[in-house]
Design a protein around this ligand. Sequence first.
Ligand SMILES: O=C1O[C@H]([C@@H](O)CO)C(O)=C1O
Length: 583
Amino acid sequence: MMMRSSRFSDTIHVFTLTVICFTTLFSSSILVQGKIRRFKWEVKYELKSPDCFEKPVITINGQFPGPTIKAQQRDTIIVELKNSFMTENVAVHWHGIRQIGTPWFDGVEGVTQCPILPGEIFTYKFVVDRPGTYMYHSHYGMQRESGLIGMIRVSPPRTKPEPFKYNYDRSLLLTDWYHKSMSEKATGLASIPFKWVGEPQSLMIQGRGRFNCTNNLMTPQRSEAEVCNASNADCSRFVLTVIPGKTYRLRIGSLTSLSALSFQIEGHNLTVIEADGHYVEPFTVKNLFIYSGETYSVLLKADQNPNRNYWITTSIVSRPEKTPPATSVLNYYPNHRRRRPPTPEASNFQPAWNDTHPRLAQSLAIKARRGFIHAPPENSDKVIVLLNTQNKVNGYMRWSVNNVSYQHPTTPYLIALKHNLTDAFDWRFTPPESYDSGNYNIFAVPSNANATMSDGIYRLKFNSIVDVVLQNANTMNVNNSETHPWHLHGHDFWVLGYGEGKFNELEDPKRYNLVDPIMKNTVAVQPYGWTALRFRADNPGVWAFHCHIESHFFLGMGIVFEYGIDRVSDLPSSIMGCGQTKR
Ligand SMILES: O=C1O[C@H]([C@@H](O)CO)C(O)=C1O
């Protein structure tokens, strides 16, 4: 069998090997060329016990979480990825990297590429065009939650220092963790009766959690010690060592499957300075709320009593607290790394899980940093209002947007559109750009919960300004509305406003922040609330926009935007090979 790696040269011809940008330095225009950073990754399952419970975990070159990619703005990243799974496909998304000019390397199976089959090698190649904190993860089914995750740090060029100072740079990736396999959970979600995935067994900081093995009721055919072993080195607590008096930049990212989190360090303030790759006006918090798909940088000053260690904690908000918090240790050098903080483990401040007000307050407090404000255009060309609901389709439980539940086709859209494969998906179906807001009660269980499935997509005008209002509503359970973090591929958007209740299209836009809104790639819509965002459709391609909760996107909570397909260069043949595509 010929492997796709042999098409490496095809990939290269569509994307010049060196990235050349013009920039103004010392008041004169000179040519700046980033470095090429090559990585060879082998992706496979290994039996590991990251929360003391043993299960197959995805590793990259033996590591979980995967290696942090460190690069400088304008560098070209080349990842040669070998799929060493025995039976599973894979695709990797570079979360927050806009893929300007390379939409085919966005890594979304069914949208931008065919999946990478077991045994194949696929080469991703893209430019990191902005400094900041980003992530990568699997975008194949719900595979992300099996552990294919990692961080990307992009530093600015030396000539453009950042507007804050710190002594050391550290990353902390937060996740939640299930003991059941992806296929067991997916089977339950796609069954009648519906079997919900439930709350995660553990939370993890940098891939380490601690499940209470005495609660372990699973796999009775194996001895408990074999399956869950509290002294396994895989689940020893992550330790962050700091030197008294020094300032640390902590890059905190969340790739949870389900949970919204609060993150806190006992006795220390956190000064927020960056969100999703954009500098924010610094503000100080005791705890940072973070949703799946978001990244923040905070400054931490090691300015407390240096004779002891402190708890670092992350806990669930927005869903009932069934999963215990994850803890790491902030170790003040030269105390011993393993010295237990003197306070009880859960004594750290933790906000109430069901109080949305402090979460909304944090979101409202974030503004673009003075001197780095990139104000949005005053008006938009189009407004799309997206009602988020839980529904039934033919008796199956689904999530929908304006009553349409998303399913992606077997032929990726990007290829279907570029190669004019007109029956690869439903080209004629135009998904609705609004819902019947006058008659819809967002506070009640839907009176008619039936929705339709479709693979139709939203087609935008190149360079148009698009507003999207995400409207939350009651689920199919009485008095229940959930938090949904929405992630847009290929763009950053301005966050124009948040509100409680139903969005009022005449009044609410008058309160939009058009002065100093932050730009992000992921934003939450709170229970029974709405969130408004604006973006410029200036990156031709096909882009997913979806709830970052794994099971919700799996159940149809997403849409796809297309525009400017005629401006997309020839596609590399490495992304082909499935559905109607030909290699
Ligand atoms: O998709 C979901 O299903 C469950 C629950 O609504 C099932 O009754 C839940 O909490 C979700 O987020």
